[in-house]
Design a protein. Structure first.
Length: 320
């Protein structure tokens, strides 16, 4: 499809109502689930967004990427009531759940099912478009939807567990997984880190535990030995050659360790500093990185991190 046709398709799709996007995303997610479960090939399952109209006639067929581009445009330009109608349907987070489910499926398929790439389009572009949609949702003050917790069953007689330490956010889990995903674009990793950094400082750090839980999810899914392992590897290997990614990595590390808790949780801050130090981000490495980087933003985040390091030994000496 040429650029003119692509723009025409995006414009046409952007004029569709929220339930149109619900139907397309639900259709694709259903097919992707069937594809994953049955292990069929791309000749048996065609992942497109084709439905029938009210008269039972086939509607125009759109690719998944076209639908996502149209959704991104609608979320960016439509009214708050349109966005709310997309996100909330019959009291549930229908639109967001569909979007996050597609993102999760897309990450899985791009890793496990390489033969499906042609039908779904570029793995990197699909993930990137999903992230743009999530960023717009947060930017339009719908951030509480993104951090909605998935409750875990409690012990018998205790109902559901709702504490932050026991809950997780499916949206944040999917976003964090992008950082460790080998097929995600570096620009997508940057956006993911920027979104998570914002969540860390929202409401005086009230959602900080959800971000930590998201990286525990990444650790399980990617079979990492340590939490934040992929993040630190990204910062020390790819980030030095990608300015935005380098800034995004250090900004997130600074925010996740020094989140503005009210009241401050110094024990957690010390534990996180030790966790990153064990992964290689000690003062010597960061000071060397500070000397060699040319980005004022990155320098600011590195210096802020160094300034906030808690010297436990010194504190113990003072208390003695």
């Amino acid at each position: 499809m040429d650029d003119c046709s692509a723009k025409t398709a995006t414009t046409a799709i952007a004029g569709m109502p929220p339930n149109w996007f619900h139907k397309r995303l639900l259709s694709v997610n259903t097919l992707m689930q069937a594809f994953i479960d049955s292990n069929c090939d791309d000749k048996q399952v065609k992942l497109n967004c084709r439905n029938v109209d009210k008269n039972g006639n086939p509607e125009r067929e759109y690719t998944v990427l076209q639908v996502l581009r149209g959704l991104e445009s609608s979320l960016r330009t439509k009214s708050d009531s349109w966005v709310t109608s997309f996100l909330i349907f019959k009291g549930e987070q229908h639109g967001l759940n569909l979007l996050v489910r597609f993102l999760t499926f897309r990450l899985y398929v791009s890793t496990k099912k390489q033969q499906q790439q042609r039908q779904l389009g570029s793995a990197g572009e699909g993930v990137h478009l999903c992230l743009l949609c999530l960023r717009i949702i947060m930017g339009r003050q719908f951030e509480q939807v993104l951090v909605a917790k998935k409750k875990k069953p409690g012990k018998e007689g205790q109902g559901e567990v709702t504490s932050s330490s026991q809950a997780s956010s499916p949206a944040l889990n999917a976003i964090a997984l992008i950082i460790a995903h080998p097929n995600a674009l570096l620009s997508a990793k940057s956006i993911a880190l920027e979104l998570l950094a914002t969540v860390c400082v929202m409401n005086s750090g009230a959602h900080h535990q959800l971000v930590l839980a998201a990286f525990e999810h990444v650790q399980r899914e990617m079979a990492e030995e340590r939490r934040f392992q992929s993040l630190v590897q990204l910062f020390t290997t790819s980030a030095p050659f990608h300015r935005r990614l380098s800034v995004s990595c250090m900004q997130f590390i600074n925010f996740v360790v020094n989140s503005p808790f009210n009241p401050p949780d110094l024990n957690l801050r010390v534990c996180l500093q030790v966790e990153f130090r064990q992964l290689g981000l000690d003062q010597a490495y960061l000071k060397k990185r500070l000397q060699n980087c040319s980005s004022a933003d990155q320098q600011g985040h590195i210096q802020a991190y160094l300034d906030n390091i808690i010297d436990v030994g010194a504190l113990l000496g003072q208390s003695g």
